[in-house]
Design a protein around this ligand. Structure first.
Ligand SMILES: Nc1ncnc2c1ncn2[C@@H]1O[C@H](COP(=O)(O)OP(=O)(O)OP(=O)(O)O)[C@@H](O)[C@H]1O
Length: 308
């Protein structure tokens, strides 16, 4: 569904250039639900905006299904945004109409996309658990209920890709859990591919694959071990520990894989480099089981100088 290779996004303003994505690689299969994590400024929102057709990439490859985000015309981009993607933001005031009811909000989004389907609107409202609030105006709903309405709206155009930028950023932990449960249900019911950007490691622990971005590049992927799949509740319980551990690269119940690009380059996390005092070189040791990276021992440099 998503194929990004060497994706670059540069923002230019006056004399300043910011390289927000610098050769990012990402593959997501149709029907997958993944989370993207990374420090502030690492490029998560930029990636989501590019995938959603809101920003035009500068270089590289970005395919979404049959769409080529670098080659499409402006007219095609508008069509792509209307038909292929659904968007959910942390602050949803930009796509909610507060003085309309939940049902009217969903139907208005359908009208904008081309056609009102009342049955499907009611189905969406049921999936997000708001059937009993369907006739209420949004101003009468809690923040969590408004966010659930926004999720129903994001699916009004029957997108094949749902992009969520910090969707649980402004709700409490219990509501955040409910919202992640809704994403999981929608993913199973409709087969929509879901990409969620989050700071919350507990929530990231509810998907089967977590992609970590560092400095505008995909640095590693955390893939849930087979035995842990489907045990979302357990992951939530461990969230506090996981939050501490992820920075050291040890996301419990997950195996961490470094992403290798087609030139064979990979990124070693700063924490690992610092821990082993790795500066400009590592020793590569290959055997039948794998490749080991070892820091250059103090003696190595001396030996080389002696033999030269
Ligand atoms: N429109 C823009 N113009 C100039 N620079 C930008 C623009 N949008 C993002 N950037 C820069 O690109 C880099 C990546 O920003 P981005 O918002 O994608 O990071 P992020 O990982 O989503 O951060 P956060 O978690 O804080 O939202 C940052 O250095 C940011 O300042």
């Amino acid at each position: 569904m998503i194929q990004c290779e060497g994706l670059v996004k540069i923002f230019k303003s006056d004399d300043v250039e910011v390289v927000a994505l610098q050769g990012l690689n990402l593959q997501v299969n149709a029907g997958e639900m993944i989370a993207i994590i990374g420090n502030s400024g690492s490029g998560k929102s930029t990636l989501l905006n590019v995938l959603g057709g809101l920003d035009v990439p500068t270089a590289g490859k970005a395919l979404i299904g049959d769409w080529d985000l670098l080659q499409m015309t402006e007219k095609e981009r508008v069509f792509y945004k209307q038909r292929t993607v659904g968007f959910i933001w942390q602050n949803n005031s930009r796509n909610l109409l507060p003085y309309l009811t939940v049902l009217e909000n969903v139907e208005t989004a359908m009208m904008v996309a081309g056609r009102i389907d009342e049955m499907y609107a009611k189905q969406l409202i049921e999936w997000v658990g708001l059937t009993h609030r369907s006739g209420n105006k949004l101003v009468q709903l809690s923040g969590g209920e408004q966010q659930r309405t926004a999720i129903a709206i994001s699916l009004a155009n029957r997108p094949s890709l749902l992009l969520a930028d910090e969707p649980t950023g402004s709700v409490d932990a219990g509501t955040a859990d409910t919202i992640m449960g809704i994403f999981r249900k929608l993913n199973e019911e409709t087969g929509v591919t879901i990409v969620i950007v989050t700071h919350d490691m507990g929530l990231a622990g509810k998907v089967d694959r977590v992609v970590a971005i560092r400095d505008g590049m995909t640095s590693s992927e955390l893939i849930k071990r087979e035995a842990e799949r489907g045990q979302e509740g357990k992951a939530a319980e461990d969230s506090a520990n996981e939050a501490a551990e992820v920075s050291a690269g040890a996301f419990r119940d997950y195996e961490e894989y470094a992403v290798v690009d087609r030139f064979g380059r990979l990124q070693i996390p700063a924490e690992y480099r610092e821990r082993l005092a790795i500066r400009d070189k590592v020793k590569l040791i290959i055997d039948d089981t794998g490749i080991r990276l070892e820091p250059q021992a103090a003696g190595d440099a001396t030996e080389r100088r002696d033999s030269s």
